[in-house]
Design a protein around this ligand. Structure first.
Ligand code: MTE
Ligand code: MO
Length: 325
């Protein structure tokens, strides 16, 4: 018996293998590189079939959220765990699944530091039991123009942040991802200043939607999705949702994220999903939903704040969202 309440896609929505294969062949014939060229470049390549054996993932029980559900079908697990961005493991969408098995996820701790009365370190046991685990189905919109619907398992980040006392200087929160020199083949690319760092304003970090995430589809996170613990900020472009987090730092000044440092003209601090503000190199008005794709499938209209406007629009009252992109 399935424990999921969200509608499952019926098998006709899942692209059969011969179609994938012919698509790949077509792309080869057309001379389109299968690996995405530059960071933030191509509008996402076609998901590739996984050849890697998948280790069984431990289940992670949780209660279904009553509040955070969607009427849209969840993206098949297969797609959500094989079409990834995790540049520590390479630039290609298939690289994380291919290479992230080397990520060392035990032991694991998150250090909370910076502008706090007393810095504190939490191990995974502490993190998993700190608050009741919930399953929440969120949309995830990548800045490259694709999206997924994923049942995540976790709890509001605010539950963790409330465990420490931020000082009056704490205005922003920084999230620092792991660096494992020997285990991450993507670190050799210098296009990102490692570690991968992201940031939120304190009120964004404390917003109930901001999810400290330890699982998906009822199981612990696959390495390629940011095991053992990551952030999910569903109203912002996917890159704000830092994976494999080892430290959370309260700071006074607006932090500069890896993407802001790497390409400041294209990536701002806020990065709220906004169909009206184009990326300098492409429109953000529509998106391709992974799992219901096909080169000629109609695109979906991208929603303001990725559809979470009722919850979060008030955070940005009076702000010019073109300037604060
Ligand atoms: N540490 C780290 N976190 C990261 C990334 C990354 O390269 N490194 N990629 C981001 C991007 S661009 C996206 S779209 C999401 C993808 O998450 P998913 O692969 O679980 O769908 O993770 C984000 N978090
Ligand atoms: Mo992304």
């Amino acid at each position: 018996m399935s424990t999921y309440r969200y509608p499952r896609p019926d098998s006709s929505e899942i692209t059969p293998e011969p179609v994938w294969q012919s698509r790949r062949d077509w792309m080869k014939t057309a001379g389109i590189a299968m690996s995405s060229a530059a960071i933030g470049g191509a509008l996402g390549s076609i998901p590739s079939m996984s050849l890697a054996a998948t280790a069984p993932l431990a289940s992670l029980p949780s209660s279904p959220s009553k509040q955070y559900v969607l009427m849209e079908p969840a993206t098949p697990f297969k797609d959500a765990s094989s079409y990834n961005n995790f540049y520590e493991f390479g630039m290609d969408k298939a690289d994380p699944e291919r290479y992230a098995h080397t990520l060392q996820t035990t032991p694991w701790t998150i250090r909370i530091e910076g502008e706090v009365a007393a810095p504190k370190t939490f191990d995974m046991d502490a993190l998993r039991t700190l608050a009741p685990l919930e399953e929440r189905v969120y949309r995830m919109r990548c800045v490259e123009g694709w999206s997924m619907v994923i049942p995540w398992v976790g709890y509001s980040l605010s539950a963790l942040l409330k465990q420490v006392q931020p000082t009056g200087n704490a205005k922003y929160v920084e999230f620092i991802s792991a660096v494992q020199e020997k285990n991450m083949p993507g670190l050799s690319s210098r296009s990102i200043d490692w570690p991968y760092v992201e940031g939120l304003r304190l009120d964004e970090a404390m917003h109930p939607l901001t999810l400290l995430t330890m699982g998906m589809y009822g199981k612990v996170l696959p390495n390629q999705n940011g095991a053992p613990v990551r952030l999910v900020v569903p109203w912002k472009y996917g890159f704000k949702s830092a994976k494999s987090i080892v430290a959370i730092r309260f700071v006074e000044k607006q932090p500069s994220s890896s993407w802001m440092k790497s390409i400041p003209s294209e990536y701002g601090f806020y990065s709220n999903v906004n169909p009206e503000v184009s990326h300098p190199r492409w429109s953000q008005a529509t998106e391709r939903r992974i799992g219901e794709d096909g080169l000629f499938a109609p695109k979906r209209k991208t929603l303001m704040f990725n559809g979470y406007g009722n919850e979060v629009a008030s955070l940005y009252q009076g702000m010019d969202l073109r300037k604060n992109f």
